[in-house]
Write a protein that binds this ligand. Structure first.
Ligand SMILES: Nc1c(NC[C@H](O)[C@H](O)[C@H](O)CO)[nH]c(=O)[nH]c1=O
Ligand SMILES: CC(=O)[C@@H](O)COP(=O)(O)O
Length: 165
């Protein structure tokens, strides 16, 4: 469903969102398009805290670009310290096919890392045609994908914990 039809920050009809108090989160944030990724990060951090995460259990790591999110997620999960990794980035179409290669590499790479460690790795990366579409999804009229990524991380961390019981 297009973001224009479902606000990224509206969880009013969501199934119950569990408490995040028992979980430790890593957040990797790409520095490209920093005004957008900074808003994504604030949304994710504030949402984790809103649902009970302790601030000392939220660990954030800037990386150069979205392409580096894959390696950062792997490095973070190697530590064994995190219940979920949230990866935040903003890839905006330019003049060349570079956009396509980055988006494909990041989407497939994050999927692979999540499977490799059997841990939630959340794809909080905007892949937009222009900057306005990114702004609209980073706290603008369509909500904040960082909020959505945080709620997804909480739900998946809870599921993983339940399955280990
Ligand atoms: N154009 C964008 C990039 N490009 C940089 C790559 O992510 C990467 O850092 C570089 O290719 C070196 O490995 N990154 C974004 O996050 N967003 C863009 O729009
Ligand atoms: C997604 C990108 O790497 C892109 O913004 C770079 O721009 P260009 O394709 O014009 O080099």
């Amino acid at each position: 469903m297009a973001s224009s039809l479902k606000n990224l920050s509206d969880f009013s009809t969501a199934s119950d969102i569990p408490s995040a108090e028992d979980f430790t989160f890593g957040i990797a944030v790409a520095e490209w398009n920093a005004e957008v990724t900074g808003a994504l990060y604030k949304g994710a951090f504030d949402t984790l805290v809103k649902y009970g995460a302790k601030e000392e259990n939220i660990h954030s790591y800037p990386v150069p670009g979205s392409y580096e999110l894959v390696a950062s997620a792997d490095l973070l999960l190697q530590t064994g310290k995190f219940d979920a990794i949230i990866c935040l980035g903003c890839v905006i179409q330019g003049e060349t096919r570079h956009f396509d290669f980055i988006c494909d590499a990041v989407a497939n790479g994050l999927y692979t890392v999540g499977v490799k460690y059997a841990k939630p790795v959340i794809f909080g990366v905007l892949t937009t045609n222009d900057q306005q579409q990114a702004i609209d999804r980073a706290g603008g009229k369509h909500g904040n994908k960082g909020d959505e990524a945080a709620v997804t991380a909480i739900k998946m961390a809870k599921l993983a914990a339940k399955l280990k019981e």
